[in-house]
Each structure stands twice: as structure tokens, then as C-alpha cells.
Ligand binder design. Sequence first.
Ligand code: SF4
Length: 222
Amino acid sequence: MKGRLRVSELFYSLQGESTRAGLPCAFIRLSGCNLRCSWCDSRYTWQESGTMMSMGGIMDWLAEYPGVMVEVTGGEPLLQEAVYPLLDTLSATGREILLETGGSLGIEQVPVEVGVILDVKCPGSGMAEKNRWQNLEILKERQGQGSRDEVKFVLATEEDFFWAVQVIRERQLLPLLPILFSPVTISLAPERLAVLILEEKLPVRLQLQLHTRLWPGRKRGV
Ligand code: SF4
């Protein structure tokens, strides 16, 4: 197996986000990020250098959790070229594989078998100008090929909510894709977001981070 990757952490936990929330999942969190979201909850992925690991080393660790779903995340996992052979290797295991990306880099090379969770950065993140809008069109094409991708908006404010609604309508993301609305709870109360979603009558999914409820205060490994 070729390729080495800079890894921030490997951990086994419950999936805390997406439509797969609640399922056991092996997480491969890669180091490095090209964005600096104002509310980033995993700064250690780009503030610390991480550890170089071989593909074989990662697969050996994964073998301890046979059959479970795998998520490759970051940081920004698509920054490392060796992520593509990793995704190919993971796909060949027959497991369900997810890739979470910040949405600023192209997803063309991600195998269609891999479920992409694509962030769309809202203005409250300070990174909205980094969105690579073409990715949304690629997600639509992938859906025609049987993909199981999702789009995630992290909302820090009510202004972010209405911005996201406009994006969804203008770019015609419904009813093609599962769309997740995840509040930054210190600045947008989940209860308020629930009311906004109901008032807007949009079939988006309110997502609360399950791991922060199960393990409050734990910053890593969940
Ligand atoms: S893309 Fe993710 S890891 Fe990078 S700064 Fe934003 S929240 Fe943090």
C-alpha cells in the first residue's frame, strides 16, 4: 500500500453528525486545514503538526474494528494527495465510507462509493468566500450515479440561517440531497433554529452534535 498521511488522531466512537448519527464509526482525522472558521472546534488539527502514518499503519488500526463505518475527516482531508489512495483502499473493504470536507477544494476525484459530507461555509464562519460552488453541481451529478452524499450548513446566527435558505433555493438543492442544519449553540440556540426551520417549511434536518451531548467537555476522540 503506497502513500503516507499526516494524521491528527484515529478514534472509534459514535457518529455524532449526519444522517448516520448514532452509528459506531472509526474516524481517521487528518492534519492540516486551509480554512480558519471562526467557530472551529478542531483547531488542534491545524495548530499541531500531527503524526506521519503509512497507509498500512492506518489499515492495521482499522482492523481492530471490523466492518464498522469509517469517516475520513480533518482538518481538510482533501489537502493531502495520499487521501485518494486511502479512499480507494477503504472502499475496497466493502465498508460504508464517509468523507467530510470543508467545501473549498474540488471533490471530483472522490470515488462515488464514498459518501461526501460537504460543508457550505456560511458568512458567520468568516470563510463564505472560500466556498467552491462547483462542488454542489458535482454532488448533483454523483446522485445520478447512486451516491449517498449530504450537504451541511453550520449556522452561527439567524443571518446564517436565511443565507443558507437562499443558497438552497437559488441552487436548487432540494429535493436532491439530504441537507443538515447544525447550530453553533453558543450563538444560535437549537430551539430557535427548530422554530426557524418549521416556519420556513423547508425539509432540512436539524442536526445536534450527538457526541457533545454524550461527552460534554471532551475535545478530542469523540
Ligand atoms: S474547515 Fe473544519 S477544521 Fe478547518 S477551520 Fe473550518 S471547522 Fe476548522
